[in-house]
Design a protein around this ligand. Structure first.
Ligand code: PBG
Length: 324
């Protein structure tokens, strides 16, 4: 017998062998594309810190949705830039608010598109925090009612799923309750269950104009140092009725995705966030890395860690890459 007996290279010989034994794959069905919706008509504004990502006015959404669907990306998540902001984030649950109009437009122009909404107040408050303030901090219980109203208004406008990202305690139960009372018991909740207080959200806050005007989000988003706390957060959301658990950001938290995958049997989502996208774009623009290959390898790592669903600004690019 020739040493070594077992030779892994035998199965790496050519692409047919390699693809036969490939353990992890990504399909466009796993991807969710985030959309930023802004007031006005005929608007398509590129976000400077996120090349290739645009803020779109409502009239542009039909075209955008069709482009996604042609690529096999049938899931979008909506973020809104309202006309005006106030202390209590009224725009988040306005009947004719920006996201509510966007949902109706999408359901009208691309009825097959599955529309998820981000449920949070930071884009709608003039102070940029994710809830109602009391003594310069976010008041948990006062915020729950507004979040619930926001989720309900999204369901009433036709949303297929709601995704609370505010990190208030008890919000999943509150939202489940109001949806059920109003006969939306079939609308799932994708909870941003494990959301860290992360510097990787920087470019998003440019895109959504949602940076806090004072302080930071450390009193409600999680400390990046904590793993056991992530398990407690996820357990609470499961008990409160979440249908999908999300980890955010993704790449710096692959260990957390993997732990959740092992310990919970709900579908797991991971948000490859704005800063993670921007870093790849910037390095590629400098010619330092191969953008497509780094994108594909990065998204694959998130799947390999255990995420079923990936929210990513690369969704369309990845779907195009998978076609090649
Ligand atoms: C709203 C929200 C944020 C993101 C998703 N939902 C920003 C934040 O928490 O500050 C970040 C997404 C990204 O960075 O791509 N609370």
């Amino acid at each position: 017998m020739v040493f070594p007996e077992y030779r892994p290279r035998r199965l790496r010989k050519n692409e047919v062998f390699r693809s036969m034994i490939r353990e992890t794959v990504i399909t466009p069905a796993n991807l969710v594309y985030p959309l930023f919706v802004m007031p006005g008509k005929n608007k398509r504004e590129e976000v400077s810190s996120m090349p290739g990502v645009f803020r779109l006015s409502v009239d542009q959404l039909g075209k955008e949705a069709k482009e996604c669907m042609e690529l096999g990306v049938n899931n979008v998540i909506l973020f809104g830039l309202p006309e005006s902001k106030d202390a209590v984030g009224s725009g988040a649950h306005a009947k004719n608010g920006i996201v509510q109009r966007a949902i109706k437009e999408l359901k009208n122009k691309a009825p097959e598109m599955v529309v998820t909404t981000d449920v949070c107040l930071c884009e709608y408050t003039d102070h940029g925090h994710c809830g109602i303030l009391m003594n310069k901090d976010v008041d948990n219980d006062a915020t729950l009612e507004v979040l619930a109203q926001t989720a309900l208004s999204h369901a009433q406008a036709g949303a297929d799923m709601v995704a609370p990202s505010d990190m208030m305690d008890g919000r999943v139960a509150e939202i489940r309750g109001i949806l059920d009372e109003n006969n939306y018991q079939n609308i799932p909740i994708m909870s941003y269950a494990v959301k860290y207080c992360s510097a990787f959200y920087g470019p998003f806050r440019d895109a959504a104009d949602s940076a806090p005007s004072f302080g930071d989000r450390r009193s409600y988003q999680m400390d990046p140092a904590n793993t056991r706390e992530a398990m407690r957060e996820a357990t609470l959301d499961v008990d409160e009725g979440a249908d999908i658990l999300m980890v955010k950001p993704a790449v710096a938290y692959l260990d957390i995705i993997s732990r959740l995958r092992d310990e919970f049997d709900l579908p797991i989502a991971a948000y490859h966030v704005s800063g993670e996208y921007a870093m790849i774009k910037a390095a590629a623009a400098n010619g330092w890395i191969d953008e497509e290959r780094v994108m594909a390898e990065t998204l694959l790592s998130i799947r390999r860690a255990g995420a079923d669903i990936i929210l990513t600004y690369f969704a369309k690019d990845m779907a195009r890459y998978l076609r090649k």
